[in-house]
Write a protein that binds this ligand. Structure first.
Ligand code: PMP
Length: 310
């Protein structure tokens, strides 16, 4: 495993990167029974901050709740674990990866009893632009995947669960194999859902359209932040089911997520968007979003959680 940081928080202790190990018969390794988060810490003029750290860990608890997984730490303990991992690694900005997973519980698919072992770990390490710096500037080329997102009432997409990422793996692998930066999944009804690891926004006639939570998406924290920032800026946001062809007709399109932040899309299935790169509304939202971290956007929603003074 390439070393990305010095220390990892594992089951209540800060251990050396090399010692953060689990057994090969760990339940989650076989059956995908992990819930996890991706969260960013930013180095701002007011010091190091976590972006919606609490909201992300509430989503982690919600993911676990859907599966009846009992994480043996409170929300505040998990927040403290994230903050400690950042400082223990001497980082000011980072990507946090908290993960709770069914550990050594035998290989029965549904472990029995009241003492199901749930492990919890937090890693923090530097992570730049997920789809590349150039992608942020010029926009990326994406394709509609031949793989659809999980149907409702199969594997719940509201849970950020290890096993859900088999869908993302297939969508991303197919897209990259065909030379695209990312793949977009459709729902089983053929309507737009989301990217392999990002939510989707289309801009048409100055209004923003995004698929609703019912469209087999993960309810992204970045998605929610963008909706709030846009509305506060007087831009109309409509959450509605969208047919695939809207991707070919939109003026501007972007994807968003913790790792991808706001990544403009410049073409879909080789058809350029009308803006053929980051358009006016996308650029405005990028300025507002990144402004939270460079001090030019006021933190009016209380999203920045201070960790270290500058
Ligand atoms: N959809 C999927 C499938 C994802 O993996 C992610 C990344 N967590 C997102 C959307 C965006 O979510 P967020 O903004 O909370 O990172």
């Amino acid at each position: 495993m390439t070393k990305l940081a010095d220390k990892i928080w594992l089951n209540g202790q800060m251990v050396a990167w090399e010692d953060a190990k689990v057994h090969v018969l760990t339940h989650a390794l076989h059956y995908g029974t992990s819930v996890f988060e991706g969260i960013r810490a930013y180095d701002t003029p007011n010091g190091s901050v976590g972006f919606r750290l609490r909201d992300h860990l509430i989503r982690l608890e919600d993911s676990a709740r859907i599966y009846g997984i009992k994480i043996p730490y409170t929300l505040d303990q998990m927040i403290a674990a994230c903050k400690d991992t950042l400082t223990a690694n001497g980082l000011k900005s980072a990507y946090w990866r908290p993960v709770a997973f069914l550990g050594e519980n035998g290989l029965g698919v549904t472990p029995k009893g009241d003492n199901i072992k749930v492990d919890f770990a937090v890693a923090a390490f530097p992570w730049g632009a997920y789809l590349g710096e150039e992608g942020l500037q010029k926009g990326v080329d994406v394709c509609i995947s031949s793989w659809q997102r999980a149907a409702p009432n199969t594997i719940p997409t509201a849970a950020k669960m290890g096993g859900n990422y088999l869908s993302s793996y297939l969508i991303g692998k197919e897209a990259r194999g065909r030379g695209y930066a990312e793949g977009i999944g459709l729902g089983t009804d053929g309507r737009l859902s989301e990217g392999a690891g990002e939510n989707l926004f289309l801009i048409m006639n100055g209004k923003i359209h995004t698929p609703p939570v019912a469209a087999s998406i993960l309810g992204g924290i970045t998605r929610d932040s963008i909706i709030k920032l846009a509305r506060a800026d007087g831009i109309e946001v409509i959450e509605q089911a969208l047919p695939r062809e809207m991707m070919y007709l939109a003026d501007e399109i972007f994807m968003c997520g913790t790792a991808a932040e706001i990544t403009p899309i410049r073409s879909v299935d080789d058809i350029p968007t009308r803006a053929a790169g980051p358009g006016k509304v996308t650029k405005r939202l990028m300025t507002l979003f990144h402004g939270l971290f460079n001090g030019t956007t006021e933190d009016r929603f209380g999203w920045l959680d201070p960790i270290q003074a500058p």
